[in-house]
Design a protein around this ligand. Sequence first.
Ligand code: NAP
Length: 282
Amino acid sequence: MMQLGLIGYPLSQSLSPKLHEAALASLAIHGEYLLYPVAPEEIVRLAELVKHMRDREINGLNVTIPYKQAIIPLLDELTSSAQAIGAVNTLYLNNDKLIGHNTDAPGFLADQARFIRNSGIEKKALVLGAGGAARAVVYALLKDGWKVSLAVRRADLNQARTLIEAFDQPTGSNSMDFVLLEAGDLERLGSGIQLIVNATPIGMFPEADFSPWPNGLPFPKEAAIYDLVYNPRQTRLVREAQNAGLRATTGLGMLVEQAALSFACWTGRDVPREVLYAAVEA
Ligand code: NAP
């Protein structure tokens, strides 16, 4: 019986059990996907769960907030993407080695490729936020040849600088810069932005009345909007962008893709995406 699960805290809103149990059922794999909530004061339990994996009592784990970085010292190796992003969302065993991987980055790339019509000219993206999800998105976009501007709220801008130091400076590609997430700075960025990605939690349930985009500021004319938030299914940012005539989507597709990629790490099987969409839309 295949034992899968998710470590994080809190986990009550997680859609992962629905996704992975639908995947198991659709491929007739006998198994279950359990939630392992680990409160911050119980952090020693991370080592116990990791041991269950080494002992093959658990066959695969996802890791979410707040442990995507904290789990790393307990692992044997990181894949190159997890190493570069500095965060892990998937654990699997390979020849007795416990590997940490990150499927958020390829999950985002797969879904945005479905969504964006590539015009073939220079690709310029604006990423709102510079936290964990932004790191995965920026890594994926740079790998795919995009120039990336970050828009962040913090006056000290350290988060943005750290991200640029991690990704842009080592390659010397000079593909990144940052501005403040404010109307004046965003306006000065000018046209030519083809993709805006919201990687902040603004607009997420229960604060669904908010949008990260400054009130009254027109969206760049050619931009498509990708909101990583997927709860609610239509965010205020997506609604306002669509009302302005732009293509816009929430991040459910990225959630589905990252789950499918984790599932493939554990089982070697590719799950039909319709199965996963049906599971979360039910
Ligand atoms: P995180 O590490 O906490 O980072 C959040 C970022 O947003 C930080 O840069 C933070 O800046 C900024 N931010 C927060 N509140 C803000 C505000 N009011 N105004 C401006 N900036 C603000 O969180 P995360 O893990 O990156 O997740 C971000 C969002 O992405 C969440 O909603 C999460 O659910 C979603 N997500 C979706 C998927 C998917 O599969 N679709 C995958 C991963 C994440 P400060 O440091 O200044 O607070």
